[in-house]
Write a protein of this length. Structure first.
Length: 209
């Protein structure tokens, strides 16, 4: 028959039995010690094994090394919520004393897992946004001097936040309205950002004339 050479014998893959203590329990104990922490992929479970009808949990570690760990009431409860093919982290916490005098000491474990198919999000680096340079504002007194005859210069409107103010002619706060000719009062009443105050002082509001 054509299928004669396609048959494969079904063989159960047997993993190594783990223990989480350095010393074996007795002379017949053939289990291996790999430390108090193991990590791998949870690939299978066997039930009703041995004289106590216990569970065995199969974990495939790095390098395709298959290991088995015995179940217990505590371990069975933790593995009951873990899907197959999850990555598991098993840590032995030592022998714990019972909460009541009638209880028995037990081996405690911390078991964590990552569900299959979970992909951790990687933050994407973003380039910083370049800030456009701010052009300096020329003193209004300079603009007035350079303006053609009969052309009024509008006060600057691009005022930096909370920038001190001085009148459009750059006059200091000691100057009064009587010192300004009537023809220049419209410019003197305008306000612009403080650039070059003649007296070097700080003027924080418009100067009335």
């Amino acid at each position: 028959m054509e299928t004669q050479n396609q048959w494969q014998e079904a063989k159960e893959e047997m993993g190594e039995m783990l223990r989480f203590t350095e010393q074996p329990r007795n002379a017949e104990d053939t289990s291996i010690y790999l430390g108090e922490i193991i990590e791998g992929v949870y690939v299978g479970k066997k039930v009703n094994i041995g004289q106590n009808d216990s569970n065995i949990y199969e974990i495939k570690m790095a390098g395709d090394r298959l290991v088995n760990m015995w179940g217990s009431k505590l371990i069975d409860g933790k593995f009951s919520i873990i899907p197959f093919n999850s990555t598991v982290h098993v840590q032995y916490l030592g022998l714990k004393q019972p909460a009541t005098a009638k209880g028995k000491a037990y081996n405690d474990y911390k078991i964590m897992f990552i569900k299959p198919g979970f992909v951790e999000a990687v933050p994407v680096a973003t380039a910083p946004v370049a800030q456009a340079p701010v052009a300096p504002v020329a003193p209004v007194a300079t603009l007035v001097a350079q303006a053609p005859a009969g052309v009024a210069v509008a006060p600057a409107t691009a005022v930096a936040p909370e920038a001190p103010l001085v009148n459009a002619m750059g006059l200091s706060k000691e100057v009064t309205g009587e010192d300004v000719p009537d023809a220049l009062k419209p410019l003197a009443e305008a306000t612009v950002p403080l650039v070059d105050a003649p007296d070097g002082g700080v003027v924080t509001k418009a100067i009335p004339f």
